[in-house]
Design a protein around this ligand. Structure first.
Ligand SMILES: [Zn+2]
Length: 166
C-alpha cells in the first residue's frame, strides 16, 4: 500500500510514532513534521474500513452502561441550549443507536447515519431508530432540505479519512 501525504497540509515528511499490525496489513501511526497532525499511514482502503466496521465493530456488554450514561449527559447539555418536544436530533456516526434511543425515550425525534451495516441493523431492530447506512455526505437527511435542532458527533472525528473534504 502506498504512503499518503498529510491529509491536512499535504506535506510528505512525517515520522513514525507507532507501528501497528491490523486487518493483516501494516498501518503506521505517523506525525506530520509540518503541521503536527497524527494520522494512519497508509490509510486503510474504503473496502477495508467497510469490512472492519461490519465485522469487528461490536459494543461489548460492559460498555453499554457507560454509553447510556454518556448519552444522558450529552442530552442534558443539549437541553440547556433549548430543545422542545418537537426537536429533531441527527447523530452522525450513530453506531448501535444508544444515544438516539435516549433521544427517543426523552420524547425527541432521532435520526441517524452510520457506516456499519451491523450497527445500523441493531439500531433499527432494538430501538426502532430511523437510521441510514451510508457515508454522511451521501445521507438523504443532509441532502434534503431537512433541518435539525441539533447535530451530534460522538467519537467520530478521529474516524474521518479526509478532514479537508469532511
Ligand atoms: Zn501536515
Amino acid at each position: 500500500m502506498d504512503r499518503i501525504n498529510c491529509p491536512l497540509c499535504n506535506n510528505k515528511n512525517f515520522k513514525i510514532v507507532l507501528k501497528k499490525d491490523d486487518l493483516s496489513k501494516y498501518y503506521d501511526l505517523v506525525k506530520c513534521e509540518d503541521c503536527g497532525l497524527g494520522f494512519i499511514n497508509p490509510l486503510p482502503t474504503e473496502e477495508d474500513l467497510t469490512k472492519y466496521y461490519n465485522a469487528e465493530y461490536a459494543v461489548p456488554e460492559y460498555q453499554k452502561v457507560k454509553l447510556i450514561k454518556k448519552a444522558k449527559k450529552v442530552l442534558n447539555l443539549l437541553k440547556k441550549y433549548g430543545l422542545d418536544s418537537n426537536s429533531k436530533i441527527l447523530e452522525i456516526g450513530a453506531s448501535h443507536g444508544f444515544f438516539l434511543n435516549e433521544v427517543k425515550k426523552q420524547g425527541f425525534t432521532p435520526y441517524g447515519v452510520e457506516l456499519s451495516k451491523k450497527a445500523c441493523d441493531n439500531a433499527k431492530k432494538y430501538f426502532g431508530i430511523n437510521i441510514e447506512n451510508v457515508d454522511f455526505l451521501q445521507s438523504s437527511f443532509i441532502n434534503k432540505k431537512e433541518y435539525f435542532d441539533a447535530v451530534v458527533l460522538l467519537d467520530v472525528l478521529e474516524h474521518l479519512t479526509n478532514q479537508n473534504e469532511n
